[in-house]
Design a protein around this ligand. Structure first.
Ligand code: ADP
Length: 638
């Protein structure tokens, strides 16, 4: 019998296991229940597919979405594994024939939706099968504490216990707080499970926050730079999906749109175009993405800031599932805050509205942060980053300008303190605080309030006269991101945190950073205050410490033309087989081919992602394309 590692190589074409996979496979093989909590793209499927192939009996995989099932089954079949799925989209006779084959021991993995368990027929059919393992995908759906509760998941445990021989149960999810984790164990009645959490970090994702003067220009530039890459652009409203998609189309980008206002037919059509690589860019609201398993999404750009880091990470996490480098870029503008607040204010339940404002604040702080974006996200999820500088986020790799704002920060904090002192503890928003600091209030309502409360007579009135309104506001944002002040996002009011007084007393040095490129841009196209502000920033910039080598390989380095040609071949094969291109080979596999230039079966087998079945099916075509391209360059390729 083959070992797990041998199956990994011969069936899936991979040389080594990823973090956690081997342990889970070992535990399953010793017939112990498992719960694997691993982020998207970590490789949960391999954890149960390898033992399923090794097992003699049948593995039943309960998975919530038909699209996910279809993808998994297509991918397994491509690798020569006997897998099928039973769901509402297949004909009755086909279902019967699948069950017949399952009884005859002709199927290794059978995928089904948990809703099937609600009917007596399917349960009865299961009893007649030799089931050695039940896998529960997206296991958090069993918990009412989780965010995607599905009542049918509650039928899983009784169904398992009704089987004559209890199979081993393996549950997987990408998200589980301790509360949800305990609930999953309880609701699925896992027996002394081996619980493995690999953490949230996705090393291949490059996180970045940009504040472009014109978001559309930034987006067009980016999409033009990587015209052949698959990417998602998320917008916060249907209206902006429409205008962004339109603008991309006008500029010859191959874009499609998706939001809840479109007909089902158009949504389905556009989703398919994107998944089958006919359209390069998907412009969508957050209605798009659930159940999308497309592994070769090379970038996710948020045109607007989402309402929480939870949503952001989930949406951005749709990039780079294949493990190749991918970009997650958030285009931040102040007006995004107002839109996010508007969306929250429509909520009815007071407690959840309060919680939503807190989450929004964490999101804004992420955008304003000058530190490592990856560690910011991980610490939000209660995890420690591998190091304080990740080398692959916009803040850890950018050229920065620095400004010592120790004195300014003290002025701002003192002003917050004096304003509260003068008014018997009232709190104010950033705009009013900035007016007092600058000793001028342009807006008449704020001016009369300031005068009414006597704030124009306090000692901090006008102590930052020489600064522009936006510069002061930027500093206030930065102080919030550094947790030196707290902003109540619902009312916008600012107060002290536990760090504020010690900072005022100890006069700790505080450096604010900003991307140098942004500064150059603002000099070319001056905002009202950009030039006068320029003098405060140190001319000396921090060095770019970590060039984005890996990422650039995809679009610019390596052999982009050959990559393109191989993608074309992949698209052709996929369309003939009626499967999405990434199911044939992942981008990562094609890139490895471009680098290694395999010239025989053996060399092709050494490429990650090429197993025996795919070698037999496609080996010849890819080898001859590579040989042709190497000999004649790309122009003559067929
Ligand atoms: P998840 O379900 O955790 O989101 P998948 O199981 O879809 O992730 O795996 C994501 C990608 O990683 C797939 O393309 C898969 O083939 C690939 N993968 C999984 N395990 C390995 C491995 N050991 N080596 C290389 N690639 C792997």
């Amino acid at each position: 019998m083959l070992t797990p590692r041998e199956i990994l190589k011969s069936v899936f074409g991979y040389d080594s296991f990823r973090r956690g996979q081997e342990e889970i496979i070992r535990e399953i093989s010793s017939r112990r229940d498992v719960l694997g909590i691993m982020p998207t793209g970590a490789g949960k499927s391999i954890c149960y597919q390898v033992p399923a192939i090794m097992n003699r009996g049948l593995t039943v995989v309960l998975s919530p979405l038909i699209s996910l099932m279809k993808d998994q089954v297509d991918a397994l079949k491509q690798n020569g594994v006997r897998a099928e799925s039973i769901n509402s989209s297949i004909e009755w006779e086909d279902a019967l024939s699948i069950m017949r084959r399952a009884r005859a021991g002709d199927i290794s993995l059978l995928y089904a939706a948990p809703e099937r368990l609600d009917g007596a027929g399917f349960l009865k059919a299961l009893e007649s099968l030799d089931i050695s393992m039940v896998v529960v995908d997206e296991a958090h759906c069993v918990s009412q504490w989780g965010h995607d509760f599905r009542p049918s998941y509650l039928s899983i445990a009784p169904a398992i216990s009704s089987l004559t021989r209890r199979p081993v149960v393996a549950a997987f999810t990408a998200t589980a707080t301790p509360e949800v984790r305990d609930d999953v164990i309880k609701q699925l009645a896992l027996e002394n499970p081996f619980v493995l959490t690999t953490g949230f970090d996705r090393e291949n994702l490059f996180f970045q926050v940009e504040r472009p003067e014109k978001k559309m220009d930034y987006l067009l530039n980016y999409v033009k730079k990587f015209p052949d890459m698959s990417g998602i652009v998320y917008c916060s409203t249907r209206k902006s999906v429409e205008s962004v998609c339109q603008e991309l189309l006008v500029n010859s980008a191959n874009a499609v749109r998706y939001h809840a206002g479109l007909s089902d037919a158009e949504r389905r059509r556009n989703q398919e175009s994107f998944i089958y690589d006919r359209a390069g860019v998907m412009v969508a609201t957050n209605a798009f993405g659930m159940g999308i398993d497309k592994s070769n999404v090379r970038y996710v750009i948020h045109y607007n800031m989402p309402g929480s880091i939870d949503s952001y990470y989930q949406e951005a996490g749709r990039a780079g599932r294949d493990g190749s480098p991918a970009d997650c870029i958030l285009l931040f503008g102040r007006s995004d805050i107002a839109t996010a607040k508007f969306l929250i204010s429509k909520g009815e339940d007071r407690d959840s509205v309060k919680a939503a404002y807190r989450k929004l604040r964490a999101m804004i702080d992420y955008c304003n942060s000058g530190g490592c974006l990856r560690s910011r996200i991980l610490s939000y999820f209660g995890e420690r980053a591998p190091s304080s500088e990740c080398a692959s986020c916009g803040n850890c790799s950018a050229v920065f300008e620095r400004m010592d704002i120790t004195v300014e920060a003290q002025k701002i904090l003192s002003c917050v303190y004096r304003m509260a002192e003068k008014t018997g503890g009232l709190k104010f928003g950033a705009a009013t605080i900035s007016d007092v600091l600058r000793g001028s209030a342009r807006e008449s309502r704020r001016r009369s309030r300031i005068e009414e409360l006597g704030l124009n007579g306090i000692s901090t009135w006008g102590i930052m006269k020489d600064r522009s309104q936006s510069a002061v506001m930027d500093m206030i944002d930065f102080l919030a991101a550094e947790n030196l002040i707290e902003v109540d996002e619902e009312y916008g009011s600012i107060s002290f945190t536990e760090r504020s007084m010690p900072f005022l007393k100890n006069r700790t040095r505080l450096m604010m950073r900003r991307h140098a490129e942004e500064h150059e841009e603002s000099v070319r196209e001056p905002r009202a205050d950009a030039l006068s502000e320029g003098r405060f920033w140190e001319a000396r910039t921090e060095k770019r410490r970590h060039p984005r080598r890996e990422r650039e390989r995809l679009g610019e380095g390596g052999s982009p033309d050959m990559f393109e040609e191989l993608r074309r071949l992949r698209r052709e094969i996929a369309s003939a087989a009626g499967v999405p291109p990434y199911v044939v080979f992942s981008d990562k596999t094609l890139l490895a081919m471009c680098e290694e230039l395999p010239s025989c079966d053996e060399e092709l087998l050494s490429i990650p992602g090429v197993g025996r079945a795919k070698l037999e099916k496609y080996g010849e075509r890819f080898l001859s394309a590579i040989a042709h391209l190497t000999r004649h360059g790309t122009s003559g390729a067929d």
